[in-house]
Design a protein around this ligand. Sequence first.
Ligand code: AMP
Length: 429
Amino acid sequence: MSFHALGLHKRILDAIDDAGYSKATPIQAKTIPAILEGKDLIGLAQTGTGKTAAFTLPLLSELAQKTHELSTRGTRVLIIAPTRELVAQINESIRTYGKYTNLRTAIVIGGASERHQIEKLQSNVDIVIATPGRLMALMEAGHCSFGKLTHLVLDEADRMLDMGFMPDIEAITASLPKRRQSLLFSATLPPQVERLAKKALKDPVTIEVGDRSNPAETVKQFLYPVEQHLKADLLKHLLEDHQFFSVIAFVRTREDADNLAKELHGAGISAEAIHSDRSQNHRTRTLRDFKASKIRVLVATDIAARGLDIPDVTHVINFDFPLQSDDYIHRIGRTGRAGNEGCALSFVTSYDGERLKKLERHIGKTLAKRFADDFNYKVPAPEEPKGRRPQQGKPKRHSSDRFEKSGRSDAKKAAKKTGKPDYRKRNRR
Ligand code: AMP
């Protein structure tokens, strides 16, 4: 469907033309008219479907329409997303699609200077894009004024739930003006997200595009059975093939990510780890270098599995098999984007049997096994020090595991520092 038939403002249509989009994707064709009609909405769509434009285009169009009413400026739109990278990406989309408007945005994320963000918030921006923890902290410290807010977007709601942000989200939404349009996007709809939708949205329409249990059809998927101690060697062996041009290797823990990146580096392969322990500057630089093909292998924890839009990833490698079937779908959705072909290879050990069965039931197909040519699968495992039981193949548990999943909230820290009340406590009562 042509964007011109959807009722968007001329300034937004001009920017879409500049971006080279010829027609709306299915989720855009369905959500844009509903949002322009002012409805609350639950959007369920696979990753890479054009979801960001599906909500930013109509919201920008609405604000562009009302520029004359924005004379008493104040934030009209608040967008909350789980990760800093996703916030930056949404901000970039808004700049692209809103280039012919003079709407102003601010981003609010952890791991970056608070002072700069506070100054930006106080300069009366039209749109705020934020991660929940830092937003909560700045709200509690009295730096946000959302009295004029008309639109709220909760993006990747299920991911925010996984990261432990639900109490923050509930507290934030409860403190916003009641007369507003609210949109919630989520890849899956677990009960807690459904409950949030009931509380935060009014009579929402639900729009679902594609089969949520199925990865994009542009991704070829294979299993590589391998012993745990040979995984790194198998990866290096596969990387001898230059078709593995731009690769994301997913591992389970931050420590594993650092170790694997180091090992690849040692073998002369340009690789960097990305995970929540790295500074925001480092994460931004790593992603920029990966997008510019200066880094060949990005070694990532599940923090990078969702939302990130890197157009030319040739291969996703599940170096460690994902714990949840949904994580598998999100991980492999990093390749085969925007109509390109992609390839997802999963290393499987004998310990992954149950999870593999569960995944195959979830996606409704059996994944084909492959073996790498000329790879020596028979190298024995290194001997364990005496007195220790061999743990070959068993997923390692690190004390750091928890942190990759849980959102570390700035809110608690801020409440302590400022002595101001913690919204979540109030709302829990
Ligand atoms: P998203 O699902 O929001 O991460 O978007 C995935 C990619 O699709 C992004 O690189 C967008 O720039 C691109 N995209 C979004 N809408 C369209 C469209 N209508 N036509 C072509 N590409 C699009």
